[in-house]
Ligand binder design. Structure first.
Ligand SMILES: [Mg+2]
Length: 388
């Protein structure tokens, strides 16, 4: 097998269709780091770190990464450590990265994702096959409604329902009265068939507050309530008394977090990211722990560009317990956008072909690597040179 020869770090800023915010977010989405990994036989793989300095684990135990810290860590530590690593030896890649610097899962995820793409393209198989195979060909898409004016949110929900989207997630966690009102108005607008979830991003001050507020939403049928409060012990207090299933997101980064959530009966559902556990390799460990614990799962993310989102789609195809609708974009370059908004958060994208959406589901690509090429002209177009 060839070896990893070179890694390029690229900072992009992809323009959004509409401002997309959640509790705790302080910067626009889409300002992310890409890595382009080359092997010594000339094959290239791509990865992404949707680095957000204000996104982290409970009580800061997994801290935020910014584009600047990710770029520094990849260029100065991770890249030198993986040069010469055999293509496809993902275990060795992680051992090298973990030995040179502790933490920085988002920087490591970008490397891991690129390494899987590179391996798949080298041997001519899709990444889902490298992950052990796929259990689904289509990934149901949850459309995420950010912290948005309620009238605008209701209009958007009606539109995505008409487009065939079957699950909507509403960001809450700032103002309890607003949170209950938006859920009631969206339910009235979209009818009974739509699944509706809420995500507070740790926004409720206490477990008691969370229970009181979510109970007021329950008449409008919630599929689940995501991370209402910060902390596994506090999440357990909410889970113990609520009828509505509770999802752990900020509390669930690595497989060992899933074990703790299981021991403390802190949630019913775990959200799996490609990035929180440092890439697809760790994400499959999270999926294995969740499967052993009989948790329900989805694949969730940070509104990645098409580059990182391809990794989400392959993960969702391969991870057996990821049976729930996934909060993944429908990555679509400007040339292919039709005015639909379901799963579309950016006005353009960095991939050469759009994701295929059928009946509210993204079709899993079957080509080598992640199955869709990166459009290097778009990378040039959206280059952010502020860190250089
Ligand atoms: Mg969340």
């Amino acid at each position: 097998m060839p070896a990893i020869k070179q890694v390029d770090v690229i900072h992009v800023a992809l323009p959004t269709r509409r401002e997309h915010k959640w509790t705790g977010l302080t910067e626009p989405i889409g300002g992310y780091i890409l890595v382009r990994m080359h092997s010594d036989d000339g094959v290239v793989g791509w990865g992404e770190a949707p680095a957000l300095k204000d996104w982290g684990g409970d009580y800061g135990r997994y801290f935020g990464e910014s584009p600047g810290t990710t770029k520094f860590v990849v260029e100065n530590y991770l890249t030198p450590s993986v040069i010469g690593c055999e293509v496809g030896n993902i275990a060795d890649l992680h051992q090298r990265m973990d030995a040179i610097v502790k933490g920085y899962p988002y920087a490591k995820a970008a490397m891991d994702i690129a390494a899987y793409d590179l391996a798949g393209r080298t041997v001519g198989v899709p990444v889902w096959q490298l992950l052990g195979g796929k259990v689904r060909d289509r990934i149901p898409v949850t459309h995420s409604i950010g912290l948005l004016d309620i009238d605008l949110a209701v209009e958007e929900c009606k539109k995505v329902a008409d487009e065939g989207i079957k699950t909507i997630k509403i960001k809450v966690g700032v103002d309890p009265d607003r949170d209950v009102e938006i859920v009631s108005r969206v339910r009235r607008a979209v009818g009974d068939a739509m699944d509706i979830c809420v995500d507070a991003n740790c926004g409720y001050a206490t477990p008691r507050d969370a229970v009181r507020i979510i109970r007021k939403m329950e008449p409008f049928r919630l599929k689940y309530a995501e991370q209402p409060v910060e902390g596994i012990d506090r999440l357990a207090e909410v889970t113990r008394v609520l009828e509505t299933p509770v999802m752990a997101d900020e509390s669930a980064w690595y497989a060992r977090d899933v074990l703790e959530i299981f021991e403390k009966k802190a949630a019913d559902i775990v959200s799996i990211y490609t990035t929180k556990p440092g890439g697809l390799y760790g994400a499959m460990e999270v999926a294995a722990a969740a499967r052993a614990a009989k948790f329900l799962c989805n694949v969730n993310g940070s509104v990645e560009t098409g580059v990182g989102n391809l990794a989400n789609i392959h993960l969702a195809a391969a991870a057996i317990p990821a049976t729930l609708s996934c909060v993944v974009p429908v990555s679509t370059p400007a040339e292919s956008q039709s005015g639909n908004v379901g799963g579309i958060y950016y006005i353009d994208d960095l991939i050469a072909e759009p994701f295929v959406l059928e009946d509210g589901c993204v079709v899993v690509p079957d080509g080598p690597g992640f199955g869709i090429d990166v459009d290097e002209a778009k990378i040039e177009k959206y280059l952010d040179t502020s860190l250089q």
